[in-house]
Design a protein around this ligand. Structure first.
Ligand code: ADP
Ligand code: MG
Length: 241
């Protein structure tokens, strides 16, 4: 059982305050959706949790099982069990998925002896063309293929908590279903906790959230059950911003 705990988190970027006191607790096996208008600070929250350069935390804390995550470099946040699926996955010419996963497993003290079979089984689960796995990381992949690639990595690395920054952006309907179902399965098989940033109910139909939060202007302004997502789809954010 793991817990990602965010308390009173304030952060600025380029001298501008973006996060203004975020409180959020995600436990193993739980799915928390974060919805909110463009520019609300959703991606900033994911960047601050993972330690992307350029963001300054001005107050508050982020802990994973009591460990001060903000004190760690990004790679140690990852080996501690946090995993970010980026909204726009980075292309890394010259580095192949299996090489990257070998290093990542080694940094976690885990063997990569069965990596090839893990990769092919994960690729099969999300209908990811095994041929694409042999390409340099995300290079010349379509938007949907990149997200499948990111989902494959999540499947192999088995993090404790996954942050999905618009997993649904750039995905067609089939890819969205495959990726969302794989993540949903991990919440049962590995007790994965999920923080899913999204604009669309379609993702949440597969990745059934326990809780839906609305993030607006750097604060969580409402938290409710999954019915909140349907309400937002119908009425928009006007009542909350
Ligand atoms: P969301 O993901 O909710 O759409 P973001 O977290 O990406 O919003 O952005 C929140 C605000 O922070 C926006 O006004 C955005 O322009 C600003 N912002 C984010 N990153 C940077 C940056 N690197 N430099 C300047 N402004 C930024
Ligand atoms: Mg964003």
């Amino acid at each position: 059982m793991s817990t990602l705990k965010i308390e009173g988190l304030c952060a600025e970027v380029a001298g501008k305050e973006i996060l203004r006191g975020i409180n959020l607790t995600v436990n193993s096996g739980e799915v928390h959706a974060i919805m909110g208008p463009n520019g609300a600070g959703k991606s900033t929250l994911s960047a601050v949790i993972m330690g992307k350069p350029g963001y300054t935390v001005t107050a508050g804390s982020v802990t994973l099982d009591g460990v001060d995550i903000l004190a760690l470099p990004t790679w140690k946040r990852a080996t501690a069990g946090l995993h970010l699926v980026m909204q726009y996955p980075t292309e890394v010419p010259g580095v192949h998925v299996d090489e990257m996963l070998t290093e990542a497993l080694s940094a976690r003290g885990r063997s990569s002896a069965d990596l090839a079979s893990r990769i092919s089984s994960e690729a099969g689960r999300i209908n990811f063309d095994a041929e694409l796995v042999s390409r340099a990381l995300n290079v010349d992949l379509s938007g949907g293929e990149k997200k499948r690639n990111e989902t494959l990595q999540l499947g192999v690395l088995e993090p404790k908590i996954a942050i999905l920054d618009e997993l649904d952006s750039g995905l067609d309907i089939d890819a969205l279903r495959d990726c969302a179902r794989r993540v949903e399965a991990a919440t049962h098989e590995n007790n994965l906790g999920v923080l899913a940033i999204t604009h669309y109910v379609r993702l949440l139909e597969e990745l059934k959230p326990d809780v839906v939060h609305i993030l607006a202007a750097g604060r969580i302004v409402k938290t409710a059950g999954p019915e909140l997502a349907d309400e937002l789809e119908r009425d928009g954010y006007a009542a909350f911003v």
